[in-house]
Each structure stands twice: as C-alpha cells, then as structure tokens.
Design a protein around this ligand. Sequence first.
Ligand SMILES: Cc1ncc(C[n+]2csc(CCOP(=O)(O)OP(=O)(O)O)c2C)c(N)n1
Ligand code: SF4
Length: 284
Amino acid sequence: MVDVSAFHCDYENKWCPGCGNFPILEALKQGLADQGLVPEDVLMISGIGQAGKTPHFLRCNFFHGLHGRALPLATGAYVANCELPILVSMGDGDCYGEGGNHFLAAIRRNPDMTLLIHDNRVYGLTKGQASPTSERGFVTKIQPKGVRSDPFNPAALALSQGAGFVARAYCGHKEQLAGLIGQAMDYRGLSVIDIMQVCVSFNTVNTYDWYKKRVYDINEQGHDTDDWNAAMDLAMAGGDRMATGLFYKKNRASFADRVPGLADSPLAARRYDPAQVQALLDQA
Ligand SMILES: Cc1ncc(C[n+]2csc(CCOP(=O)(O)OP(=O)(O)O)c2C)c(N)n1
Ligand code: SF4
C-alpha cells in the first residue's frame, strides 16, 4: 500500500482558505495511493484556472497547458503512451466553456483517462464571472442583473453522448470522491467525474451549507449503474435533492482499441527504425 504522503508537494499554495479544491486534492492523493501508484507513474494534465493549478500541489508528472485545452493535450500523451495512468484536472469554465468542444470530442474518442472537473459554477481565477454551470439569475460583477442563460448539465450531456463512465461527486465528501477516482482509474476509457466544488470567494450561493442539505449518495441507495434511463433521471433531477455517486458505467471500445497501431504496444515502447521511415519516404 502506497502512503498518501508520497503525493505531497511543498509548492506554495495560494488557493483561498476554505476553497473546495483542498478536499478534492486530498481525495485525489488518497485515490492514487489506493491504486498503489507512485508519483513517478502518474501523469496529470491541466488547463488554466484555480482547478488547473491542482497538479502544482501534487507530486506527479504534469503538463499545464492552455485554457480549455487539457483534453487534446492529454489525448496526445495517451497516443504516445496509452499505458500511462492519465488524469485531467479542469474547472467548469475550462472544460465546459472554453474547452466544450474538446469535451465532446473526448467522449466520442474515448481515450483511457480520468477527467476531474472541479465544478464551482463560477470563474474563480478571473475573480467571479459566470460559468456555463452558473444558475440562471446568478449575480456577478459583470452580470449585475443575473445570468440570463440556463445552466449546462454536465452529467446529462455526457450520458446523452454515450460516455461510458459518468459520476458526480461533492468536494465535501472526500471518501466517496477518492473511491470514485479509484473506480474511474480502473475503467478502460474516458471517465467523467463532475465534482461539485465550493468557491468561498466568488460563489456565495452554492456554499458548503447549501450542498450539505441537498447531496445524497445514490450508490448507498442501491442505484443500478447499468441503467442508463435511471442515470439520466438522476442527472436531470432538479430541486432540493442532488444525486452524487457513479451514475452509469458501460464498457466501450477505448481509443487504443479502435486504432490498430496502438493495440500491440504503446508507441513510446517501440524502437525508432530509420530504415522503415526511409522505406515509407521512398514509397511516397
Ligand atoms: C483563451 C483564454 N481565454 C480566457 C482566459 C482567461 N481565463 C483564465 S482562467 C479563466 C476561467 C477559469 O474558470 P474555471 O475554468 O471555471 O476554473 P476555476 O478558476 O474556477 O477553477 C479564464 C476565463 C485565458 N487564460 N485564456
Ligand atoms: S477564488 Fe474560489 S476557486 Fe479560487 S482559490 Fe479562491 S475559493 Fe478556490
């Protein structure tokens, strides 16, 4: 068993005290340690935002890319070495706004990686603009009369597009999140975990108290994770009860299963053979 402290990193952390990113980071370390992984074997890719800083505070290999672009970067790393455990850390603005089309493409391609979306329903890093998951009416400095658009429903969208592993978690329930991260890493294909995260500085609506009254664990209540219709009902349910847990799991061909060149061994493990390259050039 790997100790959680193996993933500890001393880099100075400037997240606000009380930020929901802290328990997510702790759950992440726990989930990785439970997998028996060591930092040298883990790759995390992120984009821009408070959530995008997560790998700075985790001992692991990481690449911090552009806003919204973590998924294509991670897909590139996966194509190079489809045996690497890859995690992607994004904010709701990063994943569903700037990177929305990459989210759709990743569901279609189904690369084997774990996507963690820290969904605080606001743009934290840029000081509080509305995000795609902000509730209609949510007031911000640049939306003083409230957001006019309807919020995006991540779990429902992922389910509707055929994602094979769809979960929703809450930052205040670390044990549950660590368990979901473990299950996501065991799944072969894209696993999506939308994590409801508190932003204590710029979202005074969706607070710890607000969530505490609403969240419940569907897996403790015997939800059937094979049942797509039941999963969709849970994802769509509004009101005062907010479902968390693994909504849906189904085996799908991963990206490596679909591309014959990746089936035998990862590209990174193959020897460069200049003669083969020359032969291809000669044929061109
Ligand atoms: C192409 C581009 N557009 C806009 C920005 C400015 N920007 C930086 S972070 C961010 C939003 C961050 O919000 P979110 O992804 O929800 O993450 P959080 O900070 O809340 O964790 C924006 C708009 C940028 N860096 N690059
Ligand atoms: S602004 Fe919000 S998301 Fe960013 S560190 Fe502070 S509490 Fe966390």
